[in-house]
Design a protein around this ligand. Structure first.
Ligand code: FES
Length: 385
């Protein structure tokens, strides 16, 4: 409560008024409403919908999409607001380790908002995805964090036409976008070039075809199979020019080699870097001489000493040791694993994308940092609701 104290011409009047301050405040407090404060303010509710944090997710359905790919449907128990193209981080206890991976949502924004459900389509191609493919059962409990990521249409920055380029199983964010365009939760036009080895490797073919409209078109490109019903080879500048004759923003999701090739192809079409968006890929195993270092990890008051393989990121070392570490993108982009380096040498996968202050004050992202010596880290704790 603000009490305005106006300075008087005669100083003694100020003293008299000052002596009444307590009484005036008591009177003002007595005038206040006795109704208890609300438990939830609207702004807090909105913040919780936008940033719901780590929460439980029950696996309610498993759909086999191909010989090595399944869609897992999770019930979050609460509605989730996300932009088509974003990812969530799925976590589970695998053996003695707590493992998490980011997966693009393959279902539509309306389904998440109305039913509190998200679908993740995952190819069997790694530690966690193999475990999911072979072991996940309906009814099992997982944790989901997010949504996160910037791989979505941005009306202020992107051109109204998006040229999407998907490589293999990286079709999932575009499938979500195609559904969002059909249901009206996103508003742009999308021409999707979908590269696969053979026709059999194309995921969601019937569903994508059914979603085509004046806002969404799809061009299938097979690299290993000649078939008159499809384009053959790779997505190139010439192929894009064949289907697109106006300015566009390019969005790519696939392996790094595909990005390197396409950035050059797009440059020949006059598409500059600011109109090219690439979904980040997580740091994998690096090719170095095998070595095992000592990694000392501080999480709140606990201290752990664990081994760290030179080929693997510090995050993987901590997960292998069963530590519960916050992580979402696993590519140095979200800052969720941001940790203080106390001592030790490390290398970063790809470019050093840290802020200048992080580099100056020794903060690193364990998700994309490899040990080059014994390391000591202070890591933020992970919370699971
Ligand atoms: S998990 Fe995103 S920066 Fe490390």
């Amino acid at each position: 409560m603000a009490y305005r104290f106006k300075k008087q011409i005669f100083g003694f009047l100020d003293l008299i008024r000052f002596s009444k301050v307590v009484d005036v405040r008591r009177a003002k407090l007595a005038e206040g409403s006795a109704a208890p404060l609300p438990n939830d303010y609207r702004v807090n509710l909105t913040a919780r919908i936008l940033h719901p944090g780590n929460r439980k997710a029950v696996l309610t359905d498993i759909i086999k999409e191909s010989a090595d790919t399944k869609t897992y449907v999770f019930d979050l128990g609460v509605k989730m607001l996300f932009r088509a193209g974003q990812y969530v981080t799925l976590s589970a206890k695998v053996g003695d380790s707590y493992v998490s991976r980011p997966y693009a949502v393959s279902s539509s924004p309306y389904t998440a908002l109305k039913e509190g459900k998200v679908a993740l389509t995952v190819k069997k191609a790694g530690y966690f995805s193999d475990w999911l493919f072979d072991n996940a059962e309906i009814g099992a409990e997982f944790a989901v964090n997010g949504p996160s990521g910037y791989f979505h249409y941005e009306s202020l920055k992107d051109r109204p036409l998006i040229v999407g380029i998907a490589g293999g199983s990286a079709i999932t964010p575009f499938y979500s976008m195609a559904q969002a365009l059909a249901e009206g939760s996103e508003d742009f036009r999308l021409v999707l070039f979908y590269g696969a080895r053979t026709a059999e490797d194309i995921l969601f073919k019937d569903k994508l075809d059914a979603l085509t409209s004046d806002k969404f078109k799809v061009v299938y490109v097979l690299s290993d199979e000649e078939n008159t019903a499809y384009e053959h080879g790779f997505v190139t500048a010439d192929l894009i020019r064949k289907y697109v004759d106006e300015e566009f923003t390019a969005m790519m999701c696939g392996p790094d080699a595909m990005y390197s090739f396409l950035v050059k192809e797009l440059a020949t079409l006059g598409v500059s870097g600011k109109f090219v968006k690439k979904e980040a890929n997580g740091a994998g195993v690096r090719d170095v001489k095998p070595a095992v270092y000592k990694l000392t990890v501080h999480i709140r008051d606990e201290v752990y000493e664990i081994p760290a393989n030179a080929e693997e990121t510090l995050l993987v070392a901590m997960e292998r040791a069963g530590l519960h570490i916050p992580a979402m993108c696993r590519a140095g982009g979200c800052g969720y694993c941001h940790s203080k380096l106390v001592k030790g040498k490390f290398s970063i996968a790809g470019d050093d994308k840290r802020r200048l202050a992080d580099a100056k004050f020794s903060y690193i992202h364990p998700c994309c940092s490899y040990p080059d010596s014994d390391i000591e880290l202070i890591v933020p704790p992970q919370n699971v609701k």
